[in-house]
Design a protein around this ligand. Structure first.
Ligand SMILES: Nc1ncnc2c1ncn2[C@@H]1O[C@H](COP(=O)(O)OP(=O)(O)OP(=O)(O)O)[C@@H](O)[C@H]1O
Length: 355
């Protein structure tokens, strides 16, 4: 689907509401292309994982979507409108790009109150939000003493200030303990269930695989894969070890279960999740079965494969070690990135080249 023409007067409604559309987005820092001709859409009502190894270009893309840096070319819209043209951005999109830069001497409550006041919202919203993100007891403590997990929750509270349609969260699970990750998962799923658009970045697919509906995978600034997490997992399979795989395949096919050649001699894959029915069919056909196991897609391995194959080898790792590649080849070193700031949606962009 192509993006609707984006103008300041575009209505934020209909099917555009809460939809992020990125078109041919490119960002170069000098001669280094951090984001390369990226196009994707993020629909409302779903949690979308924005994934890629370190340095893939996730944060740079999010910063462009949020109007914090200017694209070299291409563009993006939120609800049909570029971020910088949103008349009331706080109610459209909330973002937390980093959870570390709060004023250390200011309490969580004061931090949120300052933001609320600047946005013309009642100061009482601060306590509501602290309650919502599960840190009401931290309200009176200076943020400098917060754990990483508490800072993440405070960042999330800030992003939720204007009850926006869209939430953009950069690595929100960083620093959360297992209980915190479970809480975050439930919280994001709840928000998506209420129709919000949730875009969550992570460099670990395994970290978000239970949370996301859709994935957008980047490597070296380029789109590698986009689809549902189910599509990525692929068809459920049962791996069977049998003395005669061809006969078992025949029996399974005869019973309406498709098969694929196995990954080793004496194996066959039945394309079903019903391991019991595979065993029953083998039994009825008089075929001994030595092993029968549901095959779980190894998403971590798949993610690694997708983001490291061919030209997708992580440029930030430099050239392969001498002996493995061309001897003496200079490493393709990416420039060191400038420190990122916590996004206060009420403030103007602060970067030198910002709009
Ligand atoms: N302001 C900048 N100046 C120069 N290079 C930059 C700048 N910002 C980012 N980069 C480079 O662009 C590339 C992409 O960085 P980005 O932070 O977008 O990646 P990322 O996918 O978010 O990585 P991570 O998971 O480590 O946060 C990196 O090589 C980074 O060094």
């Amino acid at each position: 689907m192509s993006a609707a023409p984006a103008t300041a007067s575009s209505p934020v409604g209909g099917s555009d509401r809460g939809r992020i559309v990125v078109q041919k987005l490119t960002k170069s820092f000098g001669s280094f292309r951090a984001v390369d001709n990226l196009s994707f859409e993020v629909p409302p009502g779903r949690v979308t994982g924005f994934l890629g190894p370190n340095g893939a270009g996730k944060t740079t893309t999010l910063r462009m979507i949020l109007g914090l840096i200017r694209p070299t070319s291409g563009g993006s819209t939120i609800g049909g409108v570029p971020y910088v043209q949103l008349s009331d951005p706080l109610r459209v999109v909330g973002a937390a790009l980093e959870a570390t830069n709060f004023h250390p001497g200011r309490t969580g409550r004061d931090h949120l109150r300052v933001m609320a006041t600047a946005a013309g919202l009642p100061a009482s919203r601060a306590d509501e939000l602290l309650e919502l993100v599960g840190i009401p007891a931290a309200a009176k403590k200076p943020a400098g003493g917060y754990s990483m997990g508490m800072r993440q929750r405070l960042g999330l509270a800030g992003a939720l200030l204007g009850d926006p349609d869209v939430l953009v969260l950069d690595e929100p699970a960083n620093g959360l303990d297992p209980e915190g990750i479970r809480w975050l998962r439930g919280f994001l799923r709840h928000l998506a269930g209420n129709g919000k658009t949730i875009l969550v970045s992570s460099h670990l697919l395994a970290e978000v695989e239970q949370t996301v509906d859709d994935v957008i995978i980047l490597a070296n600034g380029r789109l590698i894969r986009q689809g549902t997490i189910e599509e990525l997992r692929g068809h459920p399979k049962v791996r069977v070890v049998v003395p005669d795989p061809a006969r078992l395949a025949q029996a399974l096919n005869g019973a309406g279960i498709a098969t694929e050649p196995g990954d080793a001699p004496g194996t066959v894959f039945a394309l079903t999740e019903n391991a019991a029915s595979v065993g029953d069919i083998a039994f009825r056909a008089g075929l001994p079965v030595h092993e029968l196991r549901r095959q779980q897609a190894d998403l971590e391995a798949l993610f690694f494969e997708l983001t490291s194959q061919g030209g997708a080898r992580n440029r930030n790792l430099g050239a392969p070690a001498a002996g493995a590649g061309q001897p003496g080849a200079a490493p393709t070193q990416a420039p060191t990135k400038a420190p990122t700031e916590h996004v206060d949606p009420t403030s103007a962009p602060t970067e030198g080249e910002a709009l």
